[in-house]
Design a binder for this molecule. Sequence first.
Ligand code: HPA
Length: 264
Amino acid sequence: MNALDVIRDRAPGFAPKIAVLLGSGLGGLVEEAAAVASIPYAELAGFPQPTVGGHAGRLVLGHVGPTPVAILQGRAHYYESGCADEMAMAIRTMADLGCETLLQTNAAGSLRLDMPPGSLMVITDHINFTGVNPLFGVRDDRRFVDMVGAYDAAAAKRLLALAHGAGIRCHDGVYIWFCGPSFETPAEIRAATVLGADAVGMSTVPETILARHAGLKVAALSVLTNYAAGLVPGALGHDHTIAVASAASGDLRRLLRAFLERYV
Ligand code: HPA
């Protein structure tokens, strides 16, 4: 059975309006959802098997307030396999289920001293610094995806307004994708700043491209877990990313809940 049929079998008639893709250490949102079904990626053909700590690898279908949502708890990263299209089936399946929007979260490094660790950033645009594209090899003519307005301006505005109203520290800015898994060098971060980036991470950009190819709107939120390499003294590490992401995930959760329960 293909993934779509498995989902329809496990959650008959369930029609999510929005898909939420949760990043490293940010899986807690699923507790906000009244779950209808929870399906491990292992049971969904073509879905990835995450190998990174903090990523569960599970699709949760349920309601946040009145809104039917599909929560993708965990993603695959380009650096895990060397394939940038690992999330293609998952994202295509969200579109086939009837979702209109993909709302992504991630952990990212801040390039700006006025955006401290623990605060959030709504992504308004991105820079693909890897030279890699998840649509390599796709043969249809829809592969020439327009990336102007890739991040839905209305959704970004709503996220910022909701954060402001709830007293959550939330910035907006440009996210730059480095492929990882090593962190960036201080020279790379200086270059990224010159290029116009505000935050850096190892995910999200391929999923945005895949989502736009599938006809989905995209919204994205970064939890800033650290200052990027060279901005302040000290070493970077994944354990730190997970720890700060978990600590800040309360704000993220509140903001996502507010956004999702009002999603129309
Ligand atoms: N660089 C890349 N990815 C990240 C970082 C970073 O500084 N922090 C969290 N994810």
